[in-house]
Write a protein that binds this ligand. Sequence first.
Ligand code: AMP
Length: 380
Amino acid sequence: MVELVLALNAGSSNLKCALFEAGGEEPTEVGRTKVDIHGPMADAAAVAELLAWAQALHPSGRLVAVGHRVVHGGASFQEPTLVDEPVLAMLDELSPLAPLHQPQSLATIRAVTTARPDLPQAACFDTAFHRTLPAVATRFGLPRGFHDAGVRRYGFHGLSYEHIAERLRMLDPAMAAGRVIVAHLGSGASLCAMINGRSIDTTMGFSPLDGLVMNTRCGELDPGVVIYLQNHQGLTIAEVQDLLYRRSGLLGVSGISGDMRELLSSSAANAREAVDLFVFRVARNVGALAASLGGIDGIVFTAGIGENSPAIRALIAERLSWLGLSLDDAANQRGGQGRIDSVGGRLAAWVIPTDEERMIAKQTLATAARGRPGKPRAAQ
Ligand code: AMP
């Protein structure tokens, strides 16, 4: 009987899901779907719907494992792990570090445990890919006791970056072996600097709030602003959290939408300002990460905006022409996966679609094969 693995990727308001056949070197995709999550019974109902969907899609297959994207693994979880109650309790403790994402992933894991207690489940961490960050890239300028207690830079979007690193190795091995910046530009957005496919710097730090301007998240912000908002504008901590996670970014600056498509099609000046800020911050941080890399050989665009918006890619390239980035207009407009730099450019540029669910499936199968919940590594 064909063995199947279900990959679940819980966002703040929906649950993406993909079903794969195990066996062979790579899992084979059977299909994918997405359900919205609303209301208190949401997680159980969504999981029931997805389990029924998987069964109907492949009636002769047998589900052998479920994998989940878990945004924060903290300092302890540096590789995927099977989930049991002690692991879940440790992951619960990390929820304040990613309040929009972590509780949703954990609720989904618990809903699967209730529906199918027989199935092994793996937690696949967005932070884990960044375990190779050099110590200097993990540190804030805070007293060292805070770092030792876990207040440090972790980095996110690791499942996406690992997938892109693998794909790039196949598509352009010479570039993959060099100094590459991957721009994961979606609702959440970050950059990762890689040398030979290993993360050496990234724009998100302690939480998914840091770095680039995002759909509703502010990105990098002078910490003095947070103190000021509380001391002088009377915002409570909960209000600050809501402001920075849900009401800022493209939505906050434009006052129109956090959706890049809508902003690009709007003629409002505020929409244009939000787009300009997004592009400015991407370009500025590419410059910063190029310094971390000691030079740059190529750039990869991925995720919703990075994959689908020639206009944003062109605006970013315009600001990075000094670095030697020059796009081929026709290739940039064509869409889909492919190389998009122009012949005269110094930097290679690719568009490569991301696939977090495939990475979840791969990690889950490998983790399930190893068996028993992974012992987290000691914090460093
Ligand atoms: P993701 O979180 O990776 O699904 O990306 C979602 C973001 O991608 C949203 O801001 C969308 O507006 C944006 N997006 C998707 N398609 C396009 C497109 N054709 N042009 C510009 N932005 C797009």
